[in-house]
Design a protein around this ligand. Structure first.
Ligand code: FES
Ligand code: MG
Length: 578
């Protein structure tokens, strides 16, 4: 129910459109230039629809139509919708990595909102970085807003087998490298793995981040699980438009929703979903925009308490997001989390999370498990520290072979991606399944942009011997659809002189997930001597966006935001002056 806190006179957009002066007259005449009459906008909330559609973003292909559904909802509720295109970050097209541009989209969003005559916002995103970027920017802007997730694509299909985004691409690629499938069969995988618009339908970064957006209260209840191609998705888009108008009258800003408890809900849900490791970086950055100090500790604590109960690949073996939706979706999963959630948190619905999920039911106990029958007893992620990663690194134990959870092996180090890529294809490479493959200079500044290179390919020689997993270690990230014993996000990164820069071939690396430790078995004296001999790498960029990026990006354990975009950096920006 709408409780009015804003009036037509106190709408933010009235500053542009209402005064009887020359500047406002200009604003009005230009709206009329587009064919609108005062009846279309006077006294009505202006709802910006920030659309991250592009011809190169396959995951958002339906946004060109879906934005019309959001507009329909805005009109129905008595608002005035305006579509504003925002930077479209296509995970499958952008090089070197969309992570280089997450903060650029966040800036785009914040400044689009700040500079235009807008009262409320609908954020349209879903492909990996778009979700955190939209929420980060909109949180900094501070107007009432809600998020419309693109929705997962339908299950993949190849020769009668169900294919999952990413995960099965890696899997069948290894089979092709091993010579167990033909080129023709590989083509079938390529054609069948992405059959509809929508985001990756495994529990990759997209499904993880949209579930987090919902559980922190920033989407309509149930929105994140609806497949993109389902008619429910269209209705959800229109309902989001209607709700955005009401949120303006209620003055329901993100600051009222995104509390510490809300982010703790997001982290608990991420764990229960078997989330992408990328969640850590994004949630830390999002929370800090909301003025909430979330750190690796919060993930570590949650991971020890909350079991993985969503049986979705890659942590699960069988099901995909489409199955998860049919099983009841995220509201149903949340009913199973009991004390792990703060049910009194407010959401964009205007009511509590508890009220939002009341009545949700699980329809398939194998897809959404109970807490005492999880697919993995501890949470999805573990944070490790030690002399090799003083401020932390991350592993996804639920997606790796259990024998690697405690492991010692000699290092085989690569300084860049091209040399690693060439070496792993070389069948004379001196490597065993016990080696720890290391890729460095792949962090936030070194990558640059911390690319998803962390699932280093298993050397071809070992693949042919049947090896499908081994310990890999890097300051990179990995795709949420990846799997294996990959230790990621080593901080500080090697490019800025983190201890990873000191490792040499043959050094012993010890990993103990139960003890949450990662060690380079080299004496402190030897480490100091190696450090003294280090020469700093050349700059990655000498002009342009990359130059700015490398000066201001924070390390992985701090969320990789730009320092100057963080909420506590200087006085608030405030409204445009004239
Ligand atoms: Fe867009 Fe995976 S490529 S979500
Ligand atoms: Mg991804």
């Amino acid at each position: 129910m709408t409780t009015t806190k804003k009036t037509p006179e106190t709408l933010r957009s009235a500053r542009w459109f209402a005064p009887d002066d020359l500047r406002s007259s200009g604003h009005r005449s230009r709206v009329m230039q587009m064919g609108y009459a005062p009846e279309d906008w006077v006294g009505k909330p202006v709802i910006a629809i920030l659309n991250t559609w592009s011809d190169l973003n396959a995951c958002h292909a339906h946004f060109k139509q879906r934005v019309e559904d959001v507009k329909r909802g805005v009109f129905q509720a008595g608002g005035f919708p305006v579509e504003l295109p925002a930077l479209s970050l296509s995970e499958s097209a952008v090089k070197p990595t969309t992570m280089l541009y997450r903060n650029l989209l966040a800036m785009d969003v914040e400044e689009l909102i700040r500079s235009h005559p807008i009262d409320g916002v609908v954020l349209m995103g879903g492909c990996d970085k778009t979700t955190p970027a939209l929420l980060m920017g909109a949180t900094s802007a501070g107007l009432p807003c809600l998020f419309v997730p693109a929705g997962p694509m339908l299950r993949g299909n190849f020769n009668g087998k169900i294919l999952g985004s990413g995960s099965d691409a890696w899997k069948y690629w290894d089979e092709r490298r091993a010579g167990t499938i033909t080129d023709q069969e590989w083509l079938g995988v390529e054609q069948g793995i992405a059959r509809s618009h929508g985001t990756c339908m495994t529990m990759g970064t997209a499904s993880t981040m949209t579930a987090i957006a919902e559980s922190i209260g920033m989407t309509l209840p149930g929105a994140s699980s609806i497949p993109a191609a389902d008619a429910n998705h269209i209705r959800m888009a229109a309902a989001s438009g209607r709700r955005a108008v009401e949120m303006v009258w209620e003055d329901l800003t993100p600051a009222k929703i995104q509390t510490r408890e809300a982010f703790e809900n997001g982290i608990a849900v991420a764990m229960a979903m078997g989330c992408s490791t990328n969640a850590i970086i994004h949630v830390i950055a999002m929370a800090r925009r909301a003025g909430v100090d979330i750190g690796l500790d919060d993930f570590e604590k949650a991971s020890r308490k909350v079991p993985v109960i969503a049986n979705v690949r890659p942590s699960g073996e069988t099901y995909l997001m489409e199955d998860f939706f049919y099983a009841g979706g995220l509201p149903a999963l949340m009913t199973r989390l009991g004390d792990h959630l703060h049910l009194d948190c407010l959401t964009v619905s205007g009511q509590t999370l508890g009220a939002d999920i009341a009545g949700a039911k699980v329809h398939n106990d194998d897809v959404i498990r109970t807490l005492d029958n999880p697919i993995y007893a501890e949470g999805a992620l573990a944070v490790l520290t030690g002399n090799l990663a003083p401020t932390g690194c991350v592993i996804k134990p639920s997606a790796c072979e259990p024998r690697f959870l405690k492991h010692s092996g000699p290092a085989l180090v690569f300084d860049d991606y091209p040399s690693m890529k060439a070496a792993v294809e070389d069948e004379s490479l001196d490597v065993t399944a016990d080696h720890v493959l290391i890729l460095r200079n792949a962090g936030p500044q070194g990558g640059p942009g911390m690319p998803e290179w962390g699932m280093l390919p298993i050397p071809k020689k070992l693949v042919k011997q049947g090896v499908r997993d081994m310990v890999r270690l890097s300051d990179a990230r990995m795709s949420g659809t990846s799997y294996g014993a990959c230790i990621l996000h080593v901080s500080p990164e090697s490019y800025i002189g983190g201890p990873l820069a000191l490792v040499r071939n043959g050094d012993l690396i010890s990993l103990d997930v139960a003890a949450r430790s990662i060690r380079l078995e080299v004496s402190d004296e030897e480490m100091a001597a190696r450090r003294a001999a280090l020469t700093p790498p050349p700059p990655r960029y000498e002009r342009g966006y990359g130059w700015m990026f490398n000066r201001h990006v924070t390390q992985a354990d701090k969320g990789c935001d730009f320092d100057y975009l963080q909420t506590d950096f200087g006085a608030p920006v405030g409204e445009p002056s004239i």
